[in-house]
Design a protein around this ligand. Structure first.
Ligand SMILES: NC(=O)c1ccc[n+]([C@@H]2O[C@H](COP(=O)([O-])OP(=O)(O)OC[C@H]3O[C@@H](n4cnc5c(N)ncnc54)[C@H](OP(=O)(O)O)[C@@H]3O)[C@@H](O)[C@H]2O)c1
Length: 262
């Protein structure tokens, strides 16, 4: 990754932080896209200490965008722009960021976009009549819907990028020991057991970052377009995650929601 510039959203924690550290170790230059400057600087300090890299981050090109930031099963809340939080952060935020960076990615081709989804997409559905959960909110459904939206976004973007030299692929990281469960209530007495189980059964952030790093850096996936991966191997998706008609409609509605017109 020497000479390559990579943006990682949500790079101050969990999978994003481990992804950023792994790319720095591969000599890449990482721009950590985080919402909180203090948390980002603390994580950057850790990564510099671990890798011995310096802090220069000005680059007129972008080789890889990793859409990683995410929120899981939070209580009903809205983003500053009034979107249901999980749909807003996990899908719309990355939809907008990617569109804003597309020209730079095309100018930097061959370049890559990596989208971090989840196997929980299976329980989601794109209910166009209530994308903002104004009629009904179920936190588990809203997470699954946002992760299904990540896959449909990947599907539509892959078609739009055909021939551009920019590829987009998604991944599911598995169950990883991170801060993602911050909104999940675990009774105090069950916490020690949960922590023990998570150390035994969940992936470490470094293991959870493997497929992100693979899609960002490995020559094996040069030119591979619109696929989803798990454990660095292609994953078969349910039809609802590759439905071109739904993907295209979601794209159009997302453009209206974030206020971009092409
Ligand atoms: N962990 C798993 O088992 C698992 C499984 C499947 C998929 N995933 C996916 O993996 C990705 C990374 O999650 P993680 O497990 O590493 O969780 P994490 O440790 O909680 O990291 C999530 C990152 O997203 C950022 N974020 C959260 N809300 C945000 C907002 N409103 N605006 C901007 N940034 C925001 C967080 O920033 P702050 O620290 O500032 O809050 C943090 O940097 C997510 O897309 C998640 O859906 C994780």
């Amino acid at each position: 990754m020497r000479g390559k510039t990579v943006i990682v959203t949500g790079a101050n924690s969990g999978i994003g932080k481990a992804t950023a550290a792994a790319i720095v170790k591969l000599q890449g230059r990482v721009i950590m896209a985080c919402r909180n400057q203090a948390r980002a600087e603390e994580a950057a300090r850790d990564i510099r200490q671990e890798t011995g890299a310096d802090g220069g981050q000005e680059e007129p090109r972008l080789d890889v965008l990793i859409n990683n930031a995410g929120v899981y099963q939070c209580p009903y809340t809205r983003t500053e722009d009034g979107f249901e939080m999980q749909f807003g952060v996990n899908h719309l935020g990355h939809f907008l960021l990617t569109n804003l960076l597309l020209d730079l990615l095309k100018r930097s081709a061959p370049s890559r976009i990596v989208v971090v989804s989840s196997k929980l997409y299976k329980h989601g559905d794109i209910n166009f009549e209530d994308l903002n959960s104004e009629q009904f909110y179920d936190k588990a459904f809203a997470y699954s819907r946002s992760k299904l939206a990540n896959l449909l976004f990947t599907c539509e973007l892959a078609c739009r990028l055909e021939g551009s030299g920019v590829t987009v692929n998604a991944l599911t990281p598995g169950i990883v020991r991170t801060n993602l469960g911050r909104h999940v209530h675990i009774p105090v007495l069950a916490k020690p057991l949960f922590n023990l189980l998570s150390w035994g059964l969940f992936k470490s952030p470094e293991d959870g970052a493997q497929t992100s790093v693979y899609l960002a850096s490995c020559p094996d996936v040069d030119g591979v377009q619109g696929k989803c991966f798990a454990d660095c191997k292609p994953l078969d998706l349910l039809g609802k995650a590759t439905n071109q008609e739904v993907a295209s409609k979601l794209w159009d509605i997302s453009e209206v929601m974030v206020g971009i017109t092409t």
